[in-house]
Design a protein around this ligand. Sequence first.
Ligand SMILES: Cc1cc2nc3c(=O)[nH]c(=O)nc-3n(C[C@H](O)[C@H](O)[C@H](O)COP(=O)(O)O)c2cc1C
Length: 447
Amino acid sequence: MSGNVFGSIFRVMTFGESHGPYIGMVIDGLKPGLAINSEQIQQELDRRRPGQSELVTPRQETDRAEIISGIFEGKTTGTPLCILIRNQDQRSQDYQKLQNLLRPGHASYSYLQKYGIFDYRGGGRASGRETASRVAAGAVARQLLKQRDIQIFAYTRQIGDVMIDSVDLAEIEKNPVRSPDASTAKKMAAAISRAQQEGDSLGGVIEIVVKNCPAGLGEPVFNKLEADLAQALMSIGAVKAFEMGGGFSAAHQRGSNFNDLFYYDPESKKFRTRTNQAGGILGGISNGEDLVMRIAVKPPSSISKKQNTVDLSGSPAELEIKGRHDPCICPRVVPVAEAMVALVLIDHLLLQERISSQKELEDVRHKVDTIDTQILLLYAQRRKLIGDIARIKKDKQIPVLDKTREKEKEKRMQEMARELQLPSKMTTELFQLFLQDSYAIQEEILR
Ligand SMILES: Cc1cc2nc3c(=O)[nH]c(=O)nc-3n(C[C@H](O)[C@H](O)[C@H](O)COP(=O)(O)O)c2cc1C
């Protein structure tokens, strides 16, 4: 089974299954010496873990991050960073009755078609549990992004028919639905409870905003920033749609309205746009505005309402799921979405820094080459002037050698070398070379 690795420089592999002993992740490609706070990794895992409120599954997982390798005394060592998260509250017996039934909305049927085998206990790799590993990896990426002042916020924008009216980022973590609008949060929670009482579930929309994203991230053509963000977010289970900036509203707008008009902002000394229908990306490359994207999350498939289905022999069957499931997963997908966006951004940022450092090297090399050329030009000028001296000496019958002048000049050169902190041996050797060259030119002319 491939497709378990994400990223090109900051490479993350997640492993483990919902009903095995552990899940976890390995990050490859971290430089040594980067400050990483393990408590912050735990805080992110706590935001995603189940059992936080009545609105999410009561499955009790402490999701303790066990750092196995890659960090020593709060800094990366440059070796693969491995984190294990123990599965504690699986209750595999809940699934035994379902093992021969095709579960609507679940991955079991397509897994069976692909692999010919399926672990019926929970969703295996398709389970929402896998996303704990992503959150751990994302927490590392987020810290590196924060060191560059890049911040990612996600929140629940819509649940069922209830849509937010305003955005106050400070509200998000104060309510169980992770809404940025306190008054709508109550309506969302009520809608979820109602669906749950009816044995049903609810979907929603999550909005993700990136602040201080530098301009220039994203590779043209196949690795456009929005293409990579879409892939990252669509790889989360239950995510059914992605849109960037104006997104689907683009379909019923005119260019004169959809275009983001440019202006020059003297305060930041940057070119900005008055609106942000592009969602902070033009031509696949970030333009310095906030990145704004949304994902649609489907209502969880595990509902206690009776559903008609078939068993593996094709006979009709009824399905009634009694396990512990989320009636709406939006609040728990919020930290997962932030993690995936963090993984995309850190990868693009490291790629950009690699390109920039290559460019920096080329710029400095160019300057050195220019200096070397100037040295040769000056050397040619010097030889010409020495020839002029030789002709004057010949006319006036002045001897070539002048030991007093030579000594004074060498002294001056050494003093200057000290001031410029140049190596004295090298300066003396250079001086001697010039002197020999001067004698050779003069003797040739005076012969
Ligand atoms: C954090 C998280 C928690 C999830 N919890 C549940 C759940 O309790 N019940 C459920 O039916 N699906 C849940 N899912 C969704 C399933 O994993 C997903 O719908 C299923 O694997 C089928 O994949 P698909 O919907 O992407 O096609 C969860 C997903 C995430 C990301």
